[in-house]
Design a protein around this ligand. Structure first.
Ligand SMILES: *Cc1c(COP(=O)(O)O)cnc(C)c1O
Length: 739
């Protein structure tokens, strides 16, 4: 690589620490720690209160905590022994060359890695550059790529303020606000040249040359390059190009996508990386294809149509959106104002250029589609679940008039989650005991998970109950803060002390409040819902969390209905909670603590969904519409009885939305009343529901080996990145030293 960095920020942090604690600095600058539970606890134990206050950011923690406290740690033998062990583990992890990828796909090399482009990355709550599922998936992708040793670099945008923050006002209406990301106090390194000046490249945006600088975040072995236009030598408007994730209008959107796609290719060139494969995770990054073409034309002097095939061979695409309206398109006018100079550099006329993104050729009003561009210029395209693959083939037959729907070249690789990130330490400890300490390196192996049957029901249950208690405590704290901030009566604030009860059957519903996700489906029939929640003998409680996009009035209305519902009905006041400002921290608490994860989208609008998968790793049970990944996860026995979770509405589908909502909510009430609630409350004299725990075990055994990102990455390597490699090579990873 060509960049050198005179000041490594980890060195600056290290200078602050007593000699014996210096390894903490290097680890704080690598997100590896965030999926290493022992490391998290090592940071936390420095000062648990401060750890919460600083939003789980170890750099801020280490900068804030007193030198006395640090010195004190150096003489705690236990602490120092743990640090030594973890620091060796980290060094080993980073240095290991005998990885799964090196054995299975040695043709993918660090010299020519996979370059993974995405508009958002959800690595950890301390780095707020994500909004939801797409970003979390991208973050989990990087973590598994690192664990498996896949040579991969990632490219994204460093948003000054990221996605909006949510608060609800007195009438339950969502209000948005923004917080600056403190770049200098995050594990980010601004890349500089030998003169200590930031490495900068330019992108033409509208009619101005915008200067872009590059930050690097380290995710285990994977480098994530994040572009930032907030520089004093840029026009004030351009400084905000990387201000907000999914904010602004179409013009902001296209400008950001120009930076992400075209800028991303230039950023990699600037740091001296020549990727073997460009992976576009969703259409936002598709302009990258144009820039790869432009550079190839510059290099070879050939025409666009001569290099097109060679570029296709290097580019692959994952689509995430099952509705036509969800795909980014830009009007010809906008394209003119951003690309009038560019198409000439590709040696194309305006018509030829616009045709690259046109769904139907020859229609002058056809907008420029990012997915269309990606499908035209990538050698491989996939959806993110089996059903989503079907839906995508149907949706895009229009681009392949000579092919039947079944032969449209869009496949699928079902999404997964990163086990290390989403499994609670409490359950990981159980898995260590009963599946073996090496379970994290064998997550793909059903035999590993089958051993969960050896764990006593009691032991699973008490661990789960502790996690639920922590969820309740987290929820009370968050709701208390919210009530205080919105100026509710003191009695309301105090009432949070008896909000929720860990003994009660607890449902979680958290995700974007997009109307298709039907956040209020459970409340459709007010009488029925009241009956279920306020039942004295077998009560039910639910925790909601999630944001509606600022422009989504209907989504905000749904949140408001939920808030109004619990205000109106005093008898369910303690049984319904809404946690403001959903983020990865709240997500972890929820997926680790709930009994039942509810997901009731309008089918087939959930491309995959991943939060239900996170729940499986913690023993929670899914109750979901048969959409996205759950079509593949849900199992019944020979008599059609649910084995590892529940399916809402079974396979009944109509195109009448109102009717479908009714069918699905009735089915949900029926499941709750006749299956879920009775099973949960059938407990022995010690309060252990054995039938329920059986189902927890079934869910763990059947879902965990399939719906994790190690399996997903193995699929990407075998089917997309290096097609033809032996996909049946068992996925056993280099062992981490066990001391
Ligand atoms: C996992 C996760 C999501 C994705 O939710 P789905 O609706 O299941 O795809 C969104 N937001 C956060 C914070 C998450 O952790």
């Amino acid at each position: 690589m060509t960049y050198t960095s005179t000041v490594n920020p980890a060195d600056r942090l290290s200078a602050r620490l007593p000699q014996a604690l210096k390894p903490l600095a290097e680890i704080a600058y690598n997100y590896w720690w965030c999926w290493t539970p022992d490391m998290i606890s090592l940071f936390q134990s420095i000062n648990p209160d401060e750890w919460e206050r600083c939003g789980h950011n170890p750099i801020v923690l280490l900068e804030t905590v007193s030198f006395d406290r640090l010195t004190q740690l150096t003489v705690e033998p236990n602490y120092m022994a743990r640090l030594k062990k973890l620091s060796e583990q980290f060094t080993q992890y980073m240095a290991s060359s005998d990885t799964w990828s090196s054995r299975v796909a040695p043709q993918i090399t660090a010299q020519n890695p996979i370059a993974y482009f995405c508009a958002e990355f959800g690595l950890h709550e301390s780095l707020q550059i994500y909004s939801g599922g797409l970003g979390i998936l991208a973050g989990d992708h990087l973590k598994s790529a690192s664990d498996l040793g896949v040579p991969l670099v990632a490219v994204g945008l460093l948003y000054r303020q990221g996605y909006f923050r949510q608060k609800l006002n007195q009438s339950g209406w969502q209000e948005d606000y923004y917080i600056n990301n403190p770049f200098e106090r995050l594990p980010l390194q601004l890349l500089k040249d030998e003169n200590d000046q930031p490495l900068v490249f330019e992108v033409l945006v509208r009619h101005r040359h915008v200067k872009v600088q590059i930050w690097k975040a380290q995710v285990g072995r994977v480098s994530l390059f994040l572009m930032d236009t907030d520089r004093e030598d840029n026009d004030p408007i351009d400084r905000w190009l990387t201000g907000h994730l999914y904010g602004g209008n179409q013009e902001t959107r296209i400008a950001q996508e120009v930076i992400l796609g075209i800028g991303g290719v230039r950023a990699l060139k600037t740091v001296g990386i020549e990727p073997a494969v460009y992976h576009l995770n969703e259409g936002h990054a598709a302009f990258c294809l144009l820039e790869v073409c432009r550079q190839e034309i510059l290099k070879t002097g050939k025409s666009f149509y001569d290099i097109e095939k060679g570029v296709r061979d290097r580019c692959v695409f994952t689509t995430h959106t099952p509705v036509p309206a969800g795909h980014d398109v830009f009007s010809a006018d906008l394209m003119d104002s951003f690309f009038a100079k560019y198409w000439g550099e590709l040696g194309l006329s305006r018509e030829q250029f616009l045709a690259l993104g046109a769904r139907r050729l020859g229609d002058p009003w056809e907008p420029f589609g990012m997915t269309v561009l990606a499908l035209r210029l990538c050698r491989s395209a996939n959806g993110v679940s089996e059903l989503h693959g079907d839906v995508s083939r149907k949706m895009w037959t229009v681009l392949y008039p000579e092919k039947s729907e079944d032969n449209v070249p869009i496949g699928y690789i079902t999404n997964g989650v990163h086990a290390g990130t989403w499994t609670s330490a409490m359950m990981a400890d159980l898995y260590n005991q009963y599946l073996g300490e090496d379970w994290t390196t064998k997550v793909l192996d059903p035999q590993t998970w089958a051993k969960i049957d050896n764990a006593p029901d009691e032991e699973i249950w008490w661990r789960h109950q502790i996690l639920k208690e922590r969820l309740v405590a987290h929820t009370r704290q968050k709701v208390r803060n919210s009530r205080q901030n919105r100026g509710e009566d003191w009695s309301q604030v105090e009432a949070t002390q008896h909000l929720l009860d860990p003994k009660i059957l607890t449902i979680g519903f958290a995700r974007r409040f997009s109307p298709y996700k039907r956040g209020d489906l459970l409340l459709r029939n007010v009488e029925k819902a009241l009956q279920i929640f306020s039942n004295d003998e077998k009560p039910v409680q639910i925790i909601f969390s999630g944001k509606a996009h600022p422009a989504d009035e209907e989504g905000k209305r749904i949140i408001q209905r939920i808030m109004e519902w619990c205000k109106t009905h005093q008898n369910v006041r303690d049984r319904v909670a809404f946690i403001e400002d959903y983020d990865m921290h709240t997500a972890r608490k929820l997926v680790q603590g709930v009994d039942v994860w509810l997901n009731n989208p309008r089918r087939p609008l959930e491309a995959s969904g991943t939060s239900g998968q996170k729940v499986c790793f913690n023993g929670g049970l899914n109750c979901s519409v048969l959409d996205g990944w759950w079509c593949e996860g849900y199992l019944t026995d020979a008599n059609g009885k649910a084995l590892n979770g529940w399916a809402i509405g079974e396979d009944a589908h109509t195109s009448d939305q109102v009717l479908q909502d009714k069918i699905d909510s009735d089915s949900l009430y029926d499941l709750l009343e006749n299956q879920i609630i009775p099973l949960y409350y059938e407990q022995d004299e010690n309060g252990v529901p054995h039938g329920w725990v059986q189902m927890m075990k079934a869910s763990i055994k059947t879902n965990c080996p399939a719906f994790n990102t190690h399996r997903m990455i193995a699929d990407y390597v075998a089917q997309v990145y290096a097609p033809g490699v032996k996909s049946d090579v068992p996925l056993t990873l280099a062992k981490v030293p066990q001391t």
